[in-house]
Ligand binder design. Sequence first.
Ligand SMILES: Cc1cc2nc3c(=O)[nH]c(=O)nc-3n(C[C@H](O)[C@H](O)[C@H](O)COP(=O)(O)OP(=O)(O)OC[C@H]3O[C@@H](n4cnc5c(N)ncnc54)[C@H](O)[C@@H]3O)c2cc1C
Length: 383
Amino acid sequence: MIELPFFTPEHRNLAQSVAQFAAREIEPHAGVEEDVEGLARHFVKVLAGAGLLNYAVAASKLDTRALCLVREELSYSSSLADLAFVMQGLGTFAIARAAPDHVREFWLARAANGKAIAAFALTEPDAGSDVAAIKTTARRDGETYVIDGRKRFISNAGIADFYTVFARTGTREDGRATLSAFVVSSKMQGFSVVERTSLIAPHPIGEIAFNECRVPAEDMVGNEGDGFRMAMETLDTFRASVGAAACGMARRALDEALSYASTRKQFGRLLAEHQLVQEKLADMVTELDAARLLVYRAAYARDTSEGRLTREASEAKLFATEAAGRIIDSAVQIHGGAGLVRGSVVERLYRDVRALRIYEGTSEIQKLVIAGQLMKEIRGLDR
Ligand SMILES: Cc1cc2nc3c(=O)[nH]c(=O)nc-3n(C[C@H](O)[C@H](O)[C@H](O)COP(=O)(O)OP(=O)(O)OC[C@H]3O[C@@H](n4cnc5c(N)ncnc54)[C@H](O)[C@@H]3O)c2cc1C
């Protein structure tokens, strides 16, 4: 895959060096499920030490192929390390594009050198897929905005030093929100972490609340009303990279399945010599190749052309995350009972991969986006 013309020699070197870094620094911690927050902090520190956070925190243009390659290699070992990496990008993308210079420089430098952990706070109890239903408000009061509301399923809640928060600063005639974005430090009065949520797989995540949380007006990112567009641009940019993370996990599952099938014997033959197992392996590698082609096509297109390339990114996320679910399921099946043993690599992947079909837009939402874009293209409204 890496030999395809999607990549420059720098990308090829990067993929190789991140694979070596992950084998050395990440893999030894991969199965650890205690003190998830401490481990996430540790991963941010070692990723910063290796200079890798610069591929997520982009002061100028993000190199989407590099972002995807790093995510694929980290996810091969640990989805927690991948999360530690990508959240620094998701939490700073809008800031990099639209915050006042001094705010931008302050947080970007800290995020890139691992001194501050970032988060992206969009989802609420009543606003998941339906972002415009956001109830959290930001009310202007002199030179400040006063934020009130709750956000749930916020990755890094509890360990983040700052949050890019999307809040309602107005309401349209149809009742939908006009959104604006703010940088909120975890030290601000009125900010609190109200719940640490335990998920199916290790992931620092929780619910946060704003209770008359007063932030300086200069911490608004962009202009009033730009929030919805910035949230969508962030998700659009990072979407293909969720597919890349899925590919890393699927590639690991395939490697584990191949290795097991090449050593375990039943009925006097290796599992890999049974045709029904071979069928699974053939489907797994074909789906993985197709997923990687979609992911790196989307990343390449984003890096080399103008426009948002929404459809390509959504196709990549949709197909790669769904395919990874199927590939990892087959890897568990090939392992038989051994695939269900707590702590085995494929058992861990089976739990880890599930979230990818839900966060940053569920599979159903990706299908709506793809169809919506297709309709625009047919009517000649886009491209
Ligand atoms: C591990 C994890 C990490 C996350 N991290 C973050 C984060 O850092 N920041 C953040 O802001 N959010 C985060 N989220 C939240 C995530 O983005 C939402 O969970 C997701 O957008 C779905 O929203 P919801 O859970 O409210 O589900 P809902 O929107 O209630 O959807 C429930 C179901 O209904 C379907 N559905 C909804 N609308 C439609 C429709 N129009 N047509 C067809 N089907 C539909 C959905 O596809 C889904 O299957 C995270 C979630 C998870 C699981």
